[in-house]
Design a protein around this ligand. Structure first.
Ligand SMILES: Cc1cc2nc3c(=O)[nH]c(=O)nc-3n(C[C@H](O)[C@H](O)[C@H](O)COP(=O)(O)O)c2cc1C
Ligand SMILES: [Mn+2]
Length: 486
């Protein structure tokens, strides 16, 4: 049974010793960040701050800040189980005969069962406030000293594609400007920004409806960061992960729908002709992202539970909570990548590479230029397009062992020959790029070179490994040698 809501997950975390309540008064301005940093660095639990200064709403943070808690959220023993389910659906070929069609039915029925379900009402409507509300009532964090103010860091921002009517849910941080307005930091290439541009093209003076849910059952919250194709509903994917549909309820002041069991919902709109300076903000990169011009979100109504929880997270120098979330997403989507590019064996996004700076991919190479083909594939694959450095290694390199990757990569390259540069879209947060959103990327072909790639100095040398017979002899001698355990 999937978690019904955030508080059920909190209870489960607490029972498992994965959550600590903090009853001392703590300031959401900087102090919660500093406490969370120390706890995260020590591999500590989720934190529930019961008395944030200036608010009656408790703060939940670090709820998905470890692999253990992510596995609890997904209700699996390992990410492989989720990957396996995805593989199951991807393996569905176009049915040939009647028998094949019949075989596919249960799977298709299962897929249908994950579509979000519209319900009449839900706990997020326990309190409905069209007037007299203020964002200042909520314990919204100022995360870092040079941040421009308080930022909502884990909002599920819901919009509809003005042309297709399809829903999008994305996590885009929101800087609080005043009691009823915030920034809307959807970056250029993200789906929310595309909805905004399309609506503006149709009616430059109009507005788009936006709803924001804060705090929901953990997989609904995780779904907001999933790098899935446009027009694919993140709530459907959340349903797939939960194995139960997400219940959605209509907003009070617009036609959007929000998760019915959300803790807090902000309803409102974005003016298509209004931009305002957002930032700086201490970001995923470990550096402040600079000021930029972003749309403004106007809150017209707030609905929430009688005793809402405020879900948040802090980004900053890696690793932070977002690393664990990103890692889960990487493991879950690996089979999709492998399906499209069967030569891929494994991949790794080391924490220090903050998702977009470094991807290490191992491939089973069988023809000339294949490593470069994979680089180009990655640069054209959804949000992997942002990857600044792609390192392609052979299938026998363990990409999860970064020391091994450095060793074998450096041994395998002739830099001038094996490094490739391309130009294209880069992450908005990349402060080193020549321009915002546009810059260069580098691929390193660290695979064994083939004769057909012009490598004439064959053979490529073997890696040094002791032979089995000697190992076995030494094993049997070992005790006698008096060298202790080895
Ligand atoms: C904590 C956190 C904060 C994020 N903040 C932003 C943000 O401010 N702007 C943005 O464009 N993406 C942000 N992201 C990444 C997006 O949520 C992610 O790229 C997602 O796939 C976007 O959804 P979309 O593909 O539907 O646009 C954030 C991710 C996390 C985990
Ligand atoms: Mn999307």
């Amino acid at each position: 049974m999937a978690y019904k809501d955030l508080r059920e997950f909190v209870m489960r975390l607490e029972k498992a010793g994965e959550l600590k309540r903090i009853s001392a008064e703590v300031d959401p301005v900087l102090e919660i960040t500093e406490i969370t940093q120390r706890v995260t660095r020590a591999g500590g639990p989720a934190l529930l701050f019961e008395r944030p200064k200036g608010s009656r709403v408790p703060v939940l943070i670090n709820s998905l800040g470890s692999e253990k808690r992510l596995l609890m959220a997904l209700e699996v023993e390992s990410y492989e189980e989720v990957a396996e389910r995805i593989r199951g659906f991807l393996d569905m070929q176009a049915p040939q005969g009647l028998l094949d069609k019949i075989k596919m039915l249960p799977k298709l029925a299962e897929l249908g069962a994950f579509f979000p379900k519209t319900v009449k009402s839900g706990p997020c409507k326990e309190v409905i406030r069209r007037e007299g509300f203020s964002l200042a009532e909520f314990p919204i964090l100022q995360c870092w000293p040079q941040d421009a103010g308080r930022f909502i860091t884990w909002p599920l921002v819901i919009t509809r594609n003005p042309e297709t009517g399809k829903r999008n849910v994305g996590v885009y941080r929101m800087q609080v400007f005043d009691e009823r307005t915030t920034a809307m930091h959807w970056q250029t290439q993200k789906h929310g920004a595309e909805h905004f541009r399309r609506a503006r093209a149709a009616d430059p003076k109009g507005r788009v409806d936006v709803a924001v849910a804060i705090g929901a059952e953990p997989l609904t919250c995780l779904a907001g960061i999933l790098p899935i194709p446009p027009d694919l509903d993140e709530m459907m994917f959340a349903g797939f992960l939960r194995r139960e549909p997400v219940e959605m309820v209509r907003c009070e002041t617009n036609d959007l729908e929000v998760p019915a069991q959300a803790e807090i919902v902000l309803e409102g709109y974005v003016n298509l002709s209004e931009m305002r300076t957002e930032g700086p903000f201490g970001d995923h990169t470990g550096f402040y992202s600079l000021e930029g011009e972003y749309p403004v979100f106007h809150v017209t109504c707030i609905t929430h539970r009688r005793d809402p929880l405020y879900l948040t997270t802090v980004v900053g120098p890696p690793p932070q909570e977002d690393f664990y979330m990103g890692h889960a997403v990487e493991r879950i989507f690996l089979p999709v990548m492998k399906m499209q590019f069967p030569e891929i064996v494994d991949m790794a996004l080391p924490a220090e590479g903050i998702f977009h700076n470094l991807m290490i991919v191992s491939i089973r190479k069988s023809y000339p230029g294949q490593a470069r083909k994979i680089m180009n594939a990655i640069w054209s694959l959804g949000q992997a397009m942002f990857t600044k450095v792609v390192v392609v290694v052979d299938h026998d390199v363990n990409v999860q062992d970064f020391r091994q990757v450095v060793w074998k990569t450096l041994c395998a390259i002739d830099p001038e020959r094996d490094v490739q540069f391309v130009l294209g879209p880069v992450d908005t947060l990349d402060h080193a790029a020549r321009r915002q959103d546009f810059g260069s990327k580098m691929g390193i072909d660290a695979t064994r070179k083939l004769k057909s790639e012009g490598f004439e100095r064959l053979p490529w040398p073997d890696e040094i490994v002791m032979d089995k017979a000697t190992k076995a002899r030494v094993d049997s001698l070992w005790k006698q040698l008096g060298l202790g355990k080895a």
